[in-house]
Design a protein around this ligand. Structure first.
Ligand SMILES: Cc1cc2nc3c(=O)[nH]c(=O)nc-3n(C[C@H](O)[C@H](O)[C@H](O)COP(=O)(O)OP(=O)(O)OC[C@H]3O[C@@H](n4cnc5c(N)ncnc54)[C@H](O)[C@@H]3O)c2cc1C
Length: 313
């Protein structure tokens, strides 16, 4: 499990809201709070994020948009913190509201336990055949299924029945670090993120992006890159405890990929959550279920029908 579990409604480059931010946040709030009640665990942690402005332009855009109705609930301009470990803030800093993080391992473990207790889950590694099954109902791996959903994250871009879709997979790495005496309670973002963990003095430091390899091997350049970015903005010793690598199921147009296989109507895909699985999943899963079960139209922006011309090429 690599994901840092954070969500952030703001795209910093031009100070825009992320795709359908208001809807995604409402769906998250509804889903994760209900899930916490059902699963008897606390994994949903709404909070704030401290953003060090990267340029005069970023600061200008931030200040221009902050009073707008669409941005007011999310943006605040604040005084740079005075703590000695922060290097200077030449362009100032802001606070993003309605951000936060999900304890992803805890959520997944609690969900897995619940589904297993209710005999709704079997776990196995699936070897995908190159040719999709074509019977109705589908006979696949010993199951008879009316509907089969491929939700294998980035693996769906490498093998299986949907490899024709234009994934643009992005490998990423994160570090778990110990910074003894660094007293930070809020996630800090300055082109990298430093997120406080529950254990005192421990933080998650991330994340890299690279497009040339799609594997889960940790690489030394990634560790060096993250430590370099840390020391550019924070003047404090930092000891690496752990390094993890994963691959984000990103897509060329940065939108999710949901829908039905072009030839086999019982085969579906739920994928393309990119770097924002925590934020996108509750909204898109509800939307997808309504489409599959009640026939509600899929949002064309996430429907794989937009890539129909790629099939068979
Ligand atoms: C370094 C890094 C940091 C990230 N940080 C964040 C973050 O802070 N916030 C955020 O929202 N997102 C983050 N992400 C992105 C997040 O991890 C993805 O958006 C999310 O995991 C996508 O969910 P998914 O269910 O589609 O795929 P996955 O989470 O990859 O789940 C796919 C599942 O399918 C299983 N699987 C694959 N192949 C097979 C097979 N053949 N047989 C059986 N099972 C199989 C896998 O084991 C896995 O359990 C990060 C990603 C990386 C790499």
């Amino acid at each position: 499990m690599v994901a840092a579990g954070m969500w952030n409604p703001i795209v910093f480059r031009r100070i825009n809201k992320t795709w359908r931010a208001d809807d995604l946040i409402a769906a998250m709030e509804d889903f994760y709070l209900r899930a916490e009640n059902l699963l008897w665990e606390r994994f949903y942690h709404p909070g704030t994020l401290l953003r060090k402005h990267s340029s005069e332009l970023e600061k200008k855009l931030w200040l221009e948009k902050m009073p707008e109705e669409a941005f007011a609930p999310y943006l605040e301009e604040v005084q740079p913190p005075e703590a000695p470990h922060f290097k200077p803030f030449p362009y100032g800093c802001g606070r993003v509201h309605q951000a936060g993080h999900l304890n992803v391992p805890l959520f997944l473990e609690a969900a897995r336990r619940y589904f297993e207790q209710h005999s709704l889950l079997r776990t196995m590694d699936v070897d995908f055949p190159t040719e999709p099954p074509r019977t109705n109902p589908l006979h696949f791996l010993g199951f008879h299924a009316d509907m089969l959903i491929d939700c294998r994250g980035y693996r769906a871009g490498l093998e299986g029945f949907f490899t024709y879709l234009p994934f643009g997979l992005a490998k990423g790495e994160v570090l778990k670090v110990r910074c003894a005496g660094l007293d930070m309670s809020e996630t800090f973002n300055a082109g990298f993120f430093l997120k406080p963990l529950d254990e005192p003095n421990n933080y998650q430091l991330g994340a890299t992006f690279s497009w040339d390899r799609q594997d889960e091997q940790c690489e030394s350049w990634a560790r060096e890159n993250l430590l370099e970015r840390f020391s550019k903005h924070i003047d404090h010793p930092c000891e690496v405890l752990e390094q993890k690598a994963g691959v984000r199921p990103t897509t060329v147009d940065r939108r999710a990929m949901l829908g039905r296989h072009p030839e086999i109507p019982q085969l579906w895909i739920f994928n393309g959550l990119g770097a924002k699985g925590v934020m996108l999943a509750p909204f898109l899963a509800a939307h997808f279920a309504k489409h599959m079960l009640e026939g509600e139209q899929l949002d064309p922006e996430v429907d794989i029908a937009r890539f129909a011309s790629h099939y068979g090429k």
